[in-house]
Design a protein around this ligand. Sequence first.
Ligand code: G3P
Ligand code: CA
Length: 238
Amino acid sequence: MVLNFAHRGSLTEAPENTIPAFEKAIDRGAKGLELDVQLTKDDKLVVSHDHTFKRHNKDVEGRIRDFSLEEIRQIDVGSSFGKQFAGLTLPTLDEVLAIAPNDLHLNIEIKNIPVIYDGIEEILLACLSDNHRLDHVIISSFDHVALKKVQDQNADIPLGMLFYYRPLNAWDYVTRSGLNIRSIHPHHVYTDRNFVENCKALGYEVYPFTVNATERYAELLDYGVDGVFSNNPEIFDK
Ligand code: G3P
Ligand code: CA
């Protein structure tokens, strides 16, 4: 079975990582959603790729970490996408979980660069537990220390190890990490047949990001990937 993830929701149709973007992806039949989490000043989990508001509201200076959730609920992140989204704000992870059917797969990425959110791992696990949402979830990060912290607190939750730059023998690094990694998430540009076969020979699933061209998607499927992260509804609805 191929499992594709709508990357930050259906981000061509609604502001990325917002409830409308996730709803659109679900409506299109996505089997998986990818989303990024960060922490507010008062340690609430909000869903955002960036640690600042610059890209979605250039009038707001400062980092997510500098604002309380109550303050973040006043910050519009929808108008820059289209006036029909005016007033839209960053969702909490609780709010996203509330609209996600139980059989929908979620890839929750801990964003720990450039801000390191001390304690985010524990807060995330508590949120998933409180929402009875520990199934059909992968927790991923470019911060492999964060993955270790997750594992130390919950040895059963599936972990995805992200790689941006091309690593030397990623599959060996993953094995040597001592972490119970379920899947390797490489940048797609260097994901070739050799990469996929080496990972799979060691029992790891492979989910490259971010794959938007249908020809490239077909190539990666031929290499044996288990799915991809994609912005393209023609890919993530498969
Ligand atoms: O999880 C895959 C992908 O989302 C990682 O990169 O920068 O889009 O969060 P980025
Ligand atoms: Ca991400």
